[in-house]
Design a protein around this ligand. Structure first.
Ligand SMILES: [Zn+2]
Ligand SMILES: [Zn+2]
Length: 293
């Protein structure tokens, strides 16, 4: 693995989505090995409904490992099955329960951030779906008080997924009661917004300006740094390594040098190939170089 990598001073927390194989407490060391001081993880198998509780012992082991690894910011990404906007009563109840359980695991682990995808308006009525989605996020926050900040992720807009426009993200935030609004933020995924039709490559400043105008940059709490294998406006969610997709290195150079975003942590969610650690390490090193060169 070579010499340990010391994350660069002066940069925001930088990391990747890492595996929890072997237990949650293994994630921080995996992050440290790729030179990260931020991480994102799943607190359970994301493609299954089965819930799990995190015990005090597991949480203590995770916190200790995190301390040792020097992880400044840790985020969870919620299950892909959750659809808080579903018109189907059964799926709605199941989703709400799963989201509450996710938030509870984040709290016990002491994670700063929980990234959630706005749901799918499968019934076709987007206004109703947005209203319900906001309501169920607020309900989970009431049921699980604490410090974990819930982040609405911008989506690519495939199918009927909500949150593919900054306006819809703003509607979701506005739909929350004020005490819940203090605990909400936004995760901007560069690949998703590009696929959703925001030309980060051609009009970086205009896109960021629009985000600021509609949502507010003060809400931006995490950036998913992903290049996009899918074209502008394609509404397809296909991530690529930094500089190897349609966005290209220049976009990430702008992002890494943007003083408005200087405090915003960022994580990679790129295809990892046959050697996940080497891929993430190489891409993180590239982001650092782009911040400096
Ligand atoms: Zn996501
Ligand atoms: Zn993402």
């Amino acid at each position: 693995m070579g010499a340990p990598i010391v994350p660069s001073a002066g940069l925001p927390p930088l990391g990747a989505h890492v595996s929890i194989a072997g237990g949650l407490h293994r994630a921080p060391e995996r992050a440290a090995r790729i030179g990260a001081d931020a991480l994102q993880l799943f607190t359970k198998a994301p493609q299954r409904w089965a819930e799990r509780c995190v015990t005090e012992e597991e949480a203590a082991a995770f916190r200790a490992a995190r301390e040792t690894a020097g992880i400044r910011v840790a985020a969870s990404h919620d299950s892909y099955l959750i659809n808080l906007a579903s018109p189907d009563p059964g799926l709605r109840v199941r989703s709400a329960r799963a989201f509450r359980a996710e938030l509870a695991r984040c709290e016990i682990l002491g994670l700063e951030l929980l990234v959630t995808h706005p749901g799918n308006a499968t019934g076709g009525d987007r206004d109703r779906a947005l209203f319900q989605n906001a309501e169920l996020v607020a309900e989970a926050m009431r049921a699980v008080p604490g410090k974990t900040r819930v982040l609405l992720e911008t989506t690519a807009g495939s199918g009927r997924s909500l949150g593919c426009s900054f306006e819809e993200i703003a509607v979701l935030i506005d739909g929350l009661p004020s005490e819940a609004r203090d605990r909400i933020g936004v995760c901007l995924d560069t690949a998703h917004v590009y696929a959703a039709g925001y030309d980060l490559r051609g009009e970086y400043d205009a896109v960021l300006g629009r985000f600021d105008q509609i949502v507010g940059l003060e809400r931006l709490a995490l950036i998913h740094c992903n290049d996009s294998a899918a074209a502008l406006g394609s509404r397809r969610d296909r991530h690529a390594e930094i500089g190897k997709g349609k966005l290209g290195e220049r976009v990430f150079e702008s992002l890494m040098r943007d003083e408005r975003l200087a405090q915003v942590p960022r994580v990679l969610e790129i295809p990892k190939g046959s050697d996940p650690a080497a891929t993430d390490r190489r891409n993180l090193a590239l982001l650092r170089r782009l911040a400096r060169s």
